[in-house]
Design a protein around this ligand. Sequence first.
Ligand code: TXA
Ligand code: MG
Length: 351
Amino acid sequence: VTKVIKIDLNNIDEKKLLSAAEALKEGKIVAFPTETVYGLGANALDSSAVEQIFKAKGRPSDNPLIVHIADKEKVCELAESIPEKAAVLMDRLWPGPLTLVFKKSSIIPRIITAGLDTVAVRMPEHPVARELIRLAAVPVAAPSANVSGRPSTTTARHVLQDLDGKIEIVVDAGSSRVGLESTVLDITVDPPVLLRPGGVTPAQIEDIIGHIEIDKTILGKVSMDNIPKCPGMKYKHYAPKAQVTLVKGKDIIRQVEKICELAVDRRSKGKRVGICATDQTISYYKDYESKSMGDRNRPETIASSIFSLLREFDDMGVDVILAEAVDENGVGLAIMNRMIKAAGYDIIQAD
Ligand code: TXA
Ligand code: MG
């Protein structure tokens, strides 16, 4: 079984955390909290340790990993060069939920980058993540700590749901604040390209370095002529066991009406229905097993709850999930990117 090490985020017990750091040094895999989601870490310079991550998650080997560091200066060892715009972003937004893709240095093992000549690097803000990496004294490769294809994990309990017995240790420091993965920005090109929306919004980045391009697969369907540059984005992703349908529409009331109509239909076919509502609409769904993702006016509340909500519906055993779409502004872009993939592109327009 997997050992759980509980750490108080406001009063980090170094001794307890040291055993997790030692395990990392010894080539074992350790799940740990970050401010975005839980990560499944291994010593990034040890290929056989990194290989265990792919095995435990069932992750396709052509999907590269993010390397996590605890000190900004360490990026110089991992990247071949640091473009000026990257330096400015690192100065302003690190530590935090921003991953930068650089030309890789020669110390990066091939297994990390899946054969690409670039490497993704992130300095997490979470104090436990940073302290763990510092104690391990190695860069830490870490994808989200979920079975490949499932919703990412934002608590240690969710990590155990997916990976108990498959990993050495999970460090438990409570729920992840952001709830969605980091923003991935390719800084090897100019203008830089947003490959995955996340905790840092495009506007935040553009305020600092000016115009960036947005990879068009972020909200669109992946096809032969629309292949994402972020390899991970092409797979079925973030999916609960239930079948998700996303209902879009400019008018919230039309969205609600459409969801109720679909709910009646699914029920008549013997399906157990779950509804992902918002604080503004939850009262319309009293006849159904409905949960609020959060407040439409504060999308960060939706970001922080969406993955755990999808898992709650799985625990309840619903067959289908009908979900309200939200505005694509700010962190809403990241929310919709995850929801569209959770729905496997099953999107219904309400108006
Ligand atoms: O918030 C996060 O980023 C979390 C926490 C644990 O830090 N990690 C995470 O890792 O989400 P993962 O493996 O689930 O997602 C990494 C994404 C994938 O879509 C992958 O394809 C992309 O980053 N990626 C990694 N290296 C890349 C590279 N060299 N070029 C382009 N995309 C890359
Ligand atoms: Mg992931």
